[in-house]
Design a protein around this ligand. Sequence first.
Ligand code: 2P0
Length: 328
Amino acid sequence: MRAARAVAHTNIALIKYWGKRPGDPDQNLPAVGSLSLTLERLRSETTVRPGERDSFQLDGHSDPAAAAKVARHLDRVWRSANPGPRPPCAVDSTNHLPTAAGLASSASGFAALTLAAAAAFELDLDRGALSALARRGSGSAARSLWGGFVRLGRGERADGADCRARPLFPADHWDLRLLVVHTAKGPKPIGSTDGMQRSADTSPYYPAWVATSEADLERGERALADRDLAALGAVMEHSCFKMHACMLATVPPLIYWNGTTLAAIHEVWAARRAGLEAYVTSDAGPHVKVLCRPDLAAELAARLAAVPGVHAVDTLAPGPDARVELLP
Ligand code: 2P0
């Protein structure tokens, strides 16, 4: 075993993933495909080294629940190529995400862990195989192996081997900006994994959500290929609001938004009516993400920062591939 350090950037789904297809829970198989934009700056950096025993530190702190998840994921990576016992690992991770932002770190976190562990274990895996492994840690992590625009197919196989992301277009294909509008501080009340299970079990809109998502993916990919912002924005908003409709119809309801979330959405639409072309999306949390051209980003950010209740607005360009290096 060697020591290795990986960096993976977080991503935001333009076409959303919500729900798992039936099968082995440890395979974490999504019910729908998804299409994402990897972001600059927001990233996880993870080092995996041989250790006396397993240890895990995140931003200098240890947490037994997180350490158990990391150990389980190291086992998955190791067992993908080795029958014997896994060597103990010292894992250190740093999240370069705005503090208390409530932005998902599991995408960049599991992507970086997968990449660093595979290199540390000296496994000869291509990025597709690494993506399938990262997916087992967190569905959105499968997309963070690549920069730019990435599509995760739903896959059909029970063993998940065909459920891996692939890069559609690199970061320089289309110079867009994604504004992250922070509308709250602190963690969200219910995690995605539990929330999506609850939707699958109780939301009458869940079957419609699953049945209609493949068409959204096709529209999204075509709009990206054509660099057609109006087409991409339309299908991105539709995918987002359909997912939130499915969440709202869950029993008990999943409402990830607050009043400021809605105010920010209305501000984006008001700006659009005024000629500032911009489109919204939002995930399993209260923040609003806004897609626009670079030349409009500053004006839109200023308008959104002025909405009462908005804490901060980050402006992010498309980000790079995940990368890994062996350490001495
Ligand atoms: C997404 N989300 O496509 C969607 C949109 C949240 C809403 O992927 O259970 O943390 O670990 O596979 O990846 C968040 O879910 O869930 C997510 P698990 P994950 O970005």
